[in-house]
Ligand binder design. Sequence first.
Ligand code: XMP
Ligand code: MG
Length: 179
Amino acid sequence: MMEQDMQEILFTREEVTARIRDLAAQITRDYQGKSPAVIGILRGSFIFMADLVRELNLPLTLDFMSASSYGSGTVSSGLVDIKLDTSEPITGRDVLLVEDILDTGNTLSKLVAELKKRNPASIKLCVLLDKPDRRTQPIQADYVGFQIPDAFVVGCGLDFDQRYRQLPYIGVLKPEIYE
Ligand code: XMP
Ligand code: MG
């Protein structure tokens, strides 16, 4: 499916599924006795979030936020807007923020700073992908699916101009598609 637009497939569907299962086992152990508020950042996290929570054996609640920093291009603007806020308060909750990718860290460092003001009991970050080479903010994720090199990737929720989110694998887009 749309494989002709990919330069390379970094992680197959099977590899992604297996890694999410391992992450979920670790999170389930770490949150024993707790009831985390799992908050997905829309839209990129929706597939990862759905796969992850179905493997978590915890009495959790689910919520969503949406923020934007990218517009339709591939270069971060450095500006973050909260477009949709959580439906439930997070005061006193153990928040697990779920995002597709940690790149420069602009989006997540601003969101984490905002959520901390609401006095959660704890806040941790879980990302499917981590691109550490591009980090400009002092932030790291507590749970990382895969570290990736500095390439523009799509699939498993990640888009280019709202396309390719549904791909069941993580692929590097051919540069001619976005240049
Ligand atoms: P920052 O730079 O704020 O960016 O950490 C996080 C957001 O940028 C998007 N992003 C990507 N989206 N392929 C994508 O489809 C990528 O390789 C990529 N790198 C960053 C993503 O929306 C993330 O939430
Ligand atoms: Mg995103």
